[in-house]
Design a protein around this ligand. Structure first.
Ligand SMILES: NC(=O)c1ccc[n+]([C@@H]2O[C@H](COP(=O)([O-])OP(=O)(O)OC[C@H]3O[C@@H](n4cnc5c(N)ncnc54)[C@H](O)[C@@H]3O)[C@@H](O)[C@H]2O)c1
Length: 318
């Protein structure tokens, strides 16, 4: 496969750093953009000095960003747009910044990419676009203008995905709960696994809000990277590219109680659980209908247990 010049926004973040590493490993050149809002320089340790990587510490809110990057890197032909405000509670407290970062900047970047003739554009969508959807598994078409989003985060992600989905240019991958090494345990969003691992390694009891029956669709980060490669036609197995909106998950619901028990067992932490009252706004179950994405040939390669073990190994060594 011919090597490409790719832009990864959010390259210092959890998912962006894994995506960047894989692209470089496959022989592509990565232009990385991040303002280190929730990302870390140490996440880029594996590739920061690689000749096929160039980091720009800038904000996606900067006017004309993509135009100036394209001028500097004329062969730039693939955009992975991951940079975002990722904390749901933060988005509730900062709705304007969230809308500007997660929607307005995406809208501009998507238009610029199209105008500049960039072949592939992928956006990081989210299960939050479905609000408190109760029909399971959740299908792509359940996200409509009628959905009441729980947060500005969900609204902005929905508006971005819809714009891309309706444009016929590029694609939005709606991720469910992602986990793996480098996920920030202090993150208030989707960080349940990293928080449990933190508890477990400290020998503390797991804290569960509610009875633990609530369930989530957890996907390991290397499978997320696979889905990105498929979406942009850079998959070594020749799958993709994709256009439109796609759920990305396993299609399997894992209860929080099951998760807590598995982490406690793997970290030799106490198996007794500290149950706390249910938090307002927490959705009961979330599970993706993955039939659309499966047609591309995508299927998760890392089992939940294997992913947990790798995450714990990483947490122990970091
Ligand atoms: N982790 C999950 O479970 C999950 C689920 C669904 C969707 N997503 C989406 O995937 C993407 C990556 O999330 P993540 O989990 O890796 O989070 P993360 O916080 O580790 O990564 C986001 C990155 O974006 C950067 N960023 C934020 N604002 C920026 C700005 N104005 N300019 C430049 N960079 C900026 C941050 O510094 C950070 O490095 C996000 O768009 C997120 O909404 C994540």
């Amino acid at each position: 496969m011919k090597s490409k010049v790719c832009l990864v926004t959010g390259c210092a973040g959890f998912i962006g750093s894994h995506l960047t590493q894989r692209l470089i490993d496959l022989g592509h050149f990565v232009v990385g953009v991040d303002n280190l809002f929730t990302g870390y320089v140490h996440n880029m340790k594996g590739f920061a000095d690689h000749p096929n990587f160039k980091f720009h510490e800038v904000s996606i809110l900067d006017e004309g960003l993509l135009e100036s990057l394209k001028a500097d890197y004329p062969e730039l032909d693939v955009v992975y747009h991951l940079a975002a405000i990722v904390s749901v509670p933060y988005s509730v407290d900062h709705p304007e910044l969230t809308m500007n970062t997660n929607f307005e900047a995406t809208k501009k970047m998507h238009k610029s990419a199209k105008d500049l003739g960039i072949t592939q554009f992928v956006f990081a969508g989210s299960a939050a676009e479905y609000g408190n959807e109760e029909r399971l598994p959740v299908r792509e078409e359940y996200a409509t203008d009628l959905v009441e989003h729980v947060s500005p985060y969900g609204t902005a992600k929905y508006k971005s995905s819809s714009l891309i989905g309706n444009s016929g240019y590029g694609c939005s991958l709606r991720f469910f709960n992602i986990f793996g090494p480098r996920q920030d345990p202090t993150s208030q969003y989707s960080g349940v696994i990293s928080r449990f691992v933190d508890f477990g390694l400290a020998g503390k009891k797991m804290v569960i809000f509610g009875n633990g029956e609530q369930s989530r669709d957890f996907l390991y980060v290397s499978d997320v990277v696979d889905s990105y490669l498929i979406a942009t036609g850079l998959d070594p197995q020749g799958r993709g590219p994709l256009c439109g909106i796609y759920n990305v998950g396993t299609g399997i619901g894992i209860s929080i109680l099951q998760l807590a028990k598995s982490v406690a067992k793997l970290t030799a932490a106490p198996t007794e659980i500290n149950f706390q009252p249910t938090r307002a706004g927490d959705i009961k179950h979330s599970r993706a209908d993955v039939s659309k994405m499966s047609k591309s040939g995508f299927s998760p390669q890392v089992s939940f247990e294997e992913g947990l073990t790798k995450t714990i190994e990483w947490a122990k060594s970091s």
